[in-house]
Design a protein around this ligand. Structure first.
Ligand SMILES: NC(=O)c1ccc[n+]([C@@H]2O[C@H](COP(=O)([O-])OP(=O)(O)OC[C@H]3O[C@@H](n4cnc5c(N)ncnc54)[C@H](O)[C@@H]3O)[C@@H](O)[C@H]2O)c1
Length: 313
């Protein structure tokens, strides 16, 4: 990047936010990066300890729904990457917190970007679609979220578009599918099974518990570094657009376990437990025609991604 470029990353101490900071700092030469995070997920700075030694990074521990952006009014902020959000399961458990973080946090961020002519990147989710009937899922399909988390994300998407309509706002929205990799979360019940299974194997276990039929449940798994490339590619090469970020490949839980078995060298037994959940269902993959038109391709295949994650766990 040429010239003076500064950015704010909300949720900067998180999984994707910390990788994004690495890229902005070391490859794109941003002058200053402000990370805002209330540490609700990580409860410590382990993802960004290596970044805090750099005087171009400033960490601010704060809740985005209450954050006072006046601190930034005289700074040369060019981009705000809005990644702060509680996990889907936490939103289900603490409804009000989930609503305030996502909806009020989104409102706060959008107002700052409008008033200061800052380009906004927003991390949305495939959960806005929930029960699509046609696959792969395209961005212009109707959205019917059925979680607080998905509803909050869709609300923020709509808020961004409404503000753009009223006042003009430069923005990019990405809907991530299942992101995994080094520094991933372990507290949820979706992609987090990767961390939990690898950890269990590292602890000497050979039997992995699978809820439901492992041939029926499918994840569209995308490695975190490919996601960061999608964020950068869409933020810098598009405007006022929504993009799916996925690999267009459905991996069944059985295929995932086979890959884990190959990478770890452990002969894994599957303990299948009945499950009524249908949200990780067959063929739930995203169409990435729009993202690929910008030249983006997923570079890290499942085996490589699992290998990197296995070394880190
Ligand atoms: N990881 C995935 O598979 C996935 C899929 C779809 C969408 N997303 C979205 O991408 C973004 C980043 O996800 P991630 O995987 O890095 O999650 P993460 O939990 O690792 O990071 C999110 C960060 O936001 C912080 N946070 C939560 N509420 C906050 C608040 N009110 N104020 C300030 N900080 C707050 C958390 O402490 C955490 O560090 C999130 O918005 C998430 O909804 C992630």
């Amino acid at each position: 990047m040429g010239g003076k470029v500064q950015s704010i990353i909300t949720g900067g101490a998180g999984f994707i936010g910390s990788h994004l900071t690495d890229r902005l700092l070391y490859n794109l030469d941003f002058d200053k990066i402000y990370l805002i995070d209330n540490l609700i997920r990580t409860d410590n700075l382990r993802n960004i300890n290596h970044l805090l030694k750099n005087d171009r990074v400033e960490f601010i521990e704060s809740d985005i729904s209450k954050f006072d952006f006046s601190k930034f009014v005289d700074r040369d902020i060019t981009h705000l990457f809005h990644l702060a959000a509680p996990r889907i399961n936490r939103c289900a458990k603490y409804n009000r917190e989930g609503h305030e973080s996502i909806a009020n946090g989104g409102f706060n961020v959008v107002n700052y970007c409008i008033n200061n002519r800052v380009k906004l990147f927003f991390s949305s989710t495939a959960s806005v679609y929930q029960k699509p009937k046609i696959f792969p899922i395209k961005e212009d399909m109707a959205c019917y979220p059925h979680t607080i988390y998905g509803s909050g994300k869709l609300y923020t998407e709509n808020l961004i578009k409404s503000y753009d309509n009223m006042y003009g706002l430069d923005y990019t929205i990405n809907r991530f599918f299942s992101v995994y990799g080094v520094r991933m979360d372990n507290s949820g019940a979706y992609t987090e099974v990767i961390f939990n299974w690898l950890k269990s194997i590292k602890d000497g276990n050979k039997e992995l518990t699978v809820f439901g039929n492992p041939d029926e449940k499918v994840l569209d798994l995308v490695y975190v570094e490919d996601v960061v490339e999608a964020i950068l590619s869409t933020t810098f090469n598009s405007n006022k657009e929504v993009f799916n970020v996925s690999t267009e490949t459905g991996t069944t839980l059985r295929e995932l376990i086979e890959c884990i078995s190959k990478v770890t060298g452990v002969d894994i037994e599957i303990d299948m437990v009945a499950d009524s959940r249908t949200d990780i269902e067959k063929k739930r993959v995203g169409d990435t025609t729009k993202l690929r038109s910008l030249g983006w391709r997923p570079e890290i295949d499942l085996e490589e991604g699992i290998t990197r994650t296995w070394k880190w766990v």
